[in-house]
Design a protein around this ligand. Sequence first.
Ligand SMILES: Nc1nc2c(ncn2[C@@H]2O[C@H](COP(=O)(O)OP(=O)(O)O)[C@@H](O)[C@H]2O)c(=O)[nH]1
Ligand SMILES: [Mg+2]
Length: 377
Amino acid sequence: MATNGNPQIRVKSYFAKCVTDAMEVALRELGPDALLLDSRPSPPEARHLGPLEVIFGETSENSRGALPPPSVSTLEIDALCRKVDDIRSLLVRTTASTPYGGARARPVQQVLIDAGLTAALADEIDEAVYLQIRARTESGNPRHEIVQDVEPQLVLRTTLDNLNARIQIRPELGKITALVGPPGSGKTSALVKLAIREGLMKNRPVKLLSADTFRIAASEQLRIYAAILGVPYQVAESCSALAQAMDAAPAGCLLLIDTPGLSPALLEGPGADLAAFFRKRQDIDVQLVLTATTQSRDMEKATNRFAAFRPSASIFTRLDETDSLATLFCEVVRNKMPVSYLCDGQIIPEDLESATKERITEGLVLHLLSVLTPVSE
Ligand SMILES: Nc1nc2c(ncn2[C@@H]2O[C@H](COP(=O)(O)OP(=O)(O)O)[C@@H](O)[C@H]2O)c(=O)[nH]1
Ligand SMILES: [Mg+2]
């Protein structure tokens, strides 16, 4: 156990099998105002004390002065204090004034934060799970008793139901579908995969239209794909050309429109005309293509930027390049946009699948499983 004092915060590490165990001891020792600051795998020299190092803080006004003397350097503590500022959004305050009568054990929240969810969303889900379990078990017990007494499977099931209820899935395309998104997000690849999957494989006529005329030879890539697939292809140099091509498409034909990758600068210039055109044409199903590897702030910014196109759903690519879909999950919960398709590789058309809730939440579920049902030693 390592401790240190400082004018604002006293920090203490607990080594345990899981966050709940550490929390139990910390709450006993530090009192109800203990702050859960961080958790991470124990360093090798402390691993015999427990696989997980859980760090708690105690603010100076609440310090009882009974803790052992410092054993880590001031530098380390200063760094940690700076980190506390940085991770303010991740900081979990375990206060006695929760609406649930002094309950403090919040393993679901911590596991979800560890899995990559934002603290606010993890908190919201934890709260809902707790209330649902309390209602189901008709127990008036405080939270820490509930999470200790209730079957882990019930906690897991309730959490899973809660995660799934927050996302919407809509694996379908409009008769005229346009893919929009940042440069390199995988629009053209997804478009070709969709042409095969939703057109050719279903014996439905397909036509590919390129509105990607901003970059030299950008539309050439799609022309080659169209030639390989043997489907009609056209470049639309302007919005009016796009409208003409749309109006001329035969009934029953799936019309897929590729668009230029629009950086923030382009979105405000030529991209604005395209956005206005898409907004005006209600018959275009706009789908936003984003990469699952994008950082949460950038993903949020991209979604906000492309809101001008009024996308009805989002397609996520590069699932093969990340182990965590937590950012994707947080973003679709935040923007309430359905997810239609997922791409997990460069191979056309194999690396495309209809989105499912299970695929999006499976990583979170595995994380929950490993913590809520710890393997007995
Ligand atoms: N690893 C991986 N690469 C992808 C995926 N989707 C597209 N790519 C690659 O990303 C690059 C850009 O794709 P492209 O479709 O041209 O993006 P666009 O600029 O949005 O049209 C290409 O090299 C694609 O092969 C995916 O799901 N996973
Ligand atoms: Mg492209």
